[in-house]
Design a protein around this ligand. Sequence first.
Ligand SMILES: Cc1cc2nc3c(=O)[nH]c(=O)nc-3n(C[C@H](O)[C@H](O)[C@H](O)COP(=O)(O)OP(=O)(O)OC[C@H]3O[C@@H](n4cnc5c(N)ncnc54)[C@H](O)[C@@H]3O)c2cc1C
Length: 439
Amino acid sequence: MKIYLTGFIALLVIAWVGTLSVSGQGIHSLPWAIQSQAFYLSGLLAISLMSLAMVLATRPSWLERPLGGMDRVYRMHKWTAILAVSFAAMHWLLEDCDDLIESVFGRLGRPLEVQFSGLMHDLRDVGEELGEIGIYLLLAMVVLSLLKLFPYNLWRHVHRAMPLLYLALAFHVAVLAPSHYWSQPLGLLLGVLLVAGSCAAVMSLLGLIGQTRRARGSIVSISTPARDVTEVVCQLEPRWRGHRAGQFAFVSFDRFEGHHPFTIASADQGDRRVTFLIKALGDYTRTLPQRIAVGQAVTVEGPYGFFELPRRNPQARQIWVAGGIGVTPFIAWLEALRVKPDVALVTDLHYSTRNRATDPFVERLETLCADLPGVSLHIYDSQAGSTLSAEHLASLHDGLRKTEVWFCGPRTFAKRLRTGLTRAWRGHLRFHQEAFEMR
Ligand SMILES: Cc1cc2nc3c(=O)[nH]c(=O)nc-3n(C[C@H](O)[C@H](O)[C@H](O)COP(=O)(O)OP(=O)(O)OC[C@H]3O[C@@H](n4cnc5c(N)ncnc54)[C@H](O)[C@@H]3O)c2cc1C
């Protein structure tokens, strides 16, 4: 992700450098020249990154392969948006530092404002107003996004205003960008980004995102294998194109609530039946059993994701680690392996649970693994004092050969394991992680 974002910013900076020789605004004193160019560069980077963030928000499945899955596409969307707002804040501060430069260096060498008349003058006025309001709203949005205490559900509704905000800022740029940009390669690049971002914003406002991947269906069974876990089986219409084990979908049981991402915890049997194992992790999922009924309509959008068995490197040692509800993609993998065994596959599956006695997945994993001689199952019961750590894994497996760890579980658990194993297996570790969080 860092490489792509750095490349994107570098491309913009190179194109912007190309415009410096044709700025055509006369000679400025150095402080004024720096302020003026930094002002335009920060604005250019802000709107370009915002356009990219808008495109990423359309859930482009063609980006899953290069980025490594839809959860990564979302993470890139988040960091792109944070960077965009940082540059936008810089742009806003630079606009306001005129008085400071004037008091220190004087007015001499200050760039002259280009005068417009008629419609263009009015449009530029509107653009300036929209830009100012837009930056305040953007800053507020980022603060809300980073504040994990702000309820996700509320945040999601507030976030829906982003396409409108983007369109206002795109208008601000279209009317206020220096006119010489448009005759340079930078103008072409900026134009493409503004058009792509605006199309993405309109798609979002019209509810078209993910539409081609949406299938309706109905709930055929509901059970509660544990007090805080609901298992829902859905039958989907022929429009559903099937899935690969380990993928996830956005599931909507209730139009007002909107969709939630859940892993498809079953292998594709070609019958368009999908199973979701849903843990009560928040406001909605806690009340889910009371909100759904057999026969109820459901909309499933997907499949998405790249946490897939065929992506493994056959030359590398395989270690699979599941924490709590993070077991769902592994259940799908094991089911798929039972349907289509892979004799070459040898792996250790480590499953960490709070309480083995009440955990419904332990028995399920034991049954699934019983027919798979290549899969060795290890259960850790944290209440009984048995915990999975990087040190423990490093003591079981030497660090002499290439090893792939496939992880799904809590973020902090992933971080600890990744850090410890990177240290223990220097240069031999490849860590694949499915993040159950998108914000
Ligand atoms: C790729 C992926 C696969 C997942 N698979 C499973 C699974 O198989 N089983 C399971 O129990 N859970 C799974 N989750 C987690 C599940 O999506 C959340 O627990 C659920 O959405 C929480 O909703 P809530 O309203 O009850 O909780 P809230 O308290 O509203 O939210 C808790 C957290 O869940 C996430 N979340 C909530 N709503 C959404 C949404 N609409 N879109 C994206 N993220 C949201 C946010 O990170 C939020 O901070 C998965 C998440 C992802 C991203």
